[in-house]
Design a protein around this ligand. Structure first.
Ligand SMILES: Cc1cc2nc3c(=O)[nH]c(=O)nc-3n(C[C@H](O)[C@H](O)[C@H](O)COP(=O)(O)OP(=O)(O)OC[C@H]3O[C@@H](n4cnc5c(N)ncnc54)[C@H](O)[C@@H]3O)c2cc1C
Length: 315
């Protein structure tokens, strides 16, 4: 029996800000456009209630509402958004195949926008209090901690950058570090960032400790830390915990087909082209994204990838 395979000009994997903006551009170019989304369209922004750094809104806007509007815009311009999961990509010379959990789809151009997830804290209470004091994005949530006490977990470049950023809002910022102060592995950030953090009057380091439990009923009230020398538990009162222990791009399904870097990010050139002609990438799953994982940047990359795909198709 022959398999019926749907064919589209542009197939986009992921309906976050990157994928849906790519769909707006592809739709406006009158390309038959399919967006495959395994969860709820909107991506990571569905996990936060308000966004106030998306351009064009004087007041904070509901992030899920913003994403619903972006979805409607893409659909009005002709894109079709389906709930399905891309399981793998089979690159071809002129036609690529996207194998999904339902059926294979053929595409003349593919835009990969599967995003990433922050690596989560495994300590007890952290999942329950996520969004209620446990945050994975200081740029996004720091504003809500004006005059409060916060704890940062992670002492890499991004952890120290988050801590320094949070000093604009919070009264005190404590950084939890897994190693003793004299251990060369203690801080994995650049020397300059370390110097800035160490000399900042609002920042203090809690060396040689790990998070044992996040405490709070409706929101975070304290964190229990385990001292790694004597295994004693101490409770530190806090209003918020910012976790910065890395990101994980959602690119497992691309491992055998598309070049990824050693951390799993999709490798592209500056025009967002992968090394496979006709396959592009945008947003938080793309190499370099971990520097500034922001919705407006992902959307901008979605637009760029779509314009590049259009140029590729026109050629
Ligand atoms: C709690 C929180 C608050 C934030 N607040 C802000 C903020 O205030 N301002 C800001 O600018 N940024 C904020 N961000 C960051 C912002 O959400 C991200 O930078 C942005 O969403 C990245 O967009 P993206 O389209 O690349 O990826 P994502 O938003 O991650 O979307 C990717 C989509 O692809 C789907 N997908 C993945 N793999 C597959 C597959 N195999 N098949 C089908 N679908 C797949 C996922 O389900 C997801 O919906 C926040 C992030 C979080 C977690």
């Amino acid at each position: 029996m022959t398999e019926t395979v749907a064919r589209h000009d542009v197939v986009i994997v992921g309906a976050g800000p990157a994928g849906m903006t790519a769909a707006v551009y592809a739709g406006r170019a009158l390309r038959s456009t399919l967006v495959i989304e395994k969860g709820i369209p909107g991506g990571q922004l569905n996990e936060t209630d308000r966004i106030e750094n998306w351009p064009g809104f004087a007041e904070p806007v509901s992030a899920p509402e913003l994403m619903t509007a972006l979805r409607s815009q893409a659909e009005r311009l002709g894109a079709e958004i389906v709930q399905d999961e891309a399981l793998r990509i089979e690159p071809g010379r002129r036609i690529h195949r996207v194998v999904t959990s339902r059926h294979p789809i053929e595409a003349r151009a593919v835009i990969l926008a599967p995003g990433s997830r922050p690596r989560e804290l495994s300590a007890e209470g952290s999942a329950r209090l996520k969004g209620r004091g446990v945050s994975y994005c200081a740029t996004c949530d720091g504003f809500f901690f004006q005059g409060k006490r916060v704890v940062v977990v992670g002492a890499g470049d991004s952890g120290l950058m988050e801590a320094l950023f949070l000093t604009r809002f919070a009264d005190s910022v404590a950084i939890v570090v897994r190693h003793p102060e004299e251990d060369p592995r203690a801080i994995r950030a650049s020397g300059l960032l370390r110097r800035r953090a160490e000399s900042h009057p609002k920042i203090r380091f809690l060396w040689n400790r790990e998070v044992a439990e996040v405490v709070g009923d409706r929101s975070v009230t304290a964190v229990r830390l385990r001292r790694l020398d004597d295994r004693e538990i101490e409770e530190v009162p806090t209003d918020g915990i910012f976790v910065s222990v890395g990101h994980m791009p959602q690119t497992e399904f691309l491992r055998s087909s598309v070049p990824l870097d050693s951390d799993g990010y999709i490798v592209t050139d500056s025009r967002l082209r992968t090394s496979i002609p006709g396959i592009f990438a945008a947003g938080d799953a793309r190499i370099d994204a971990h520097r500034y994982a922001q919705a407006v940047i992902a959307a901008g990359e979605g637009a760029t990838a779509s314009l590049e795909a259009e140029q590729y198709l026109a050629e």
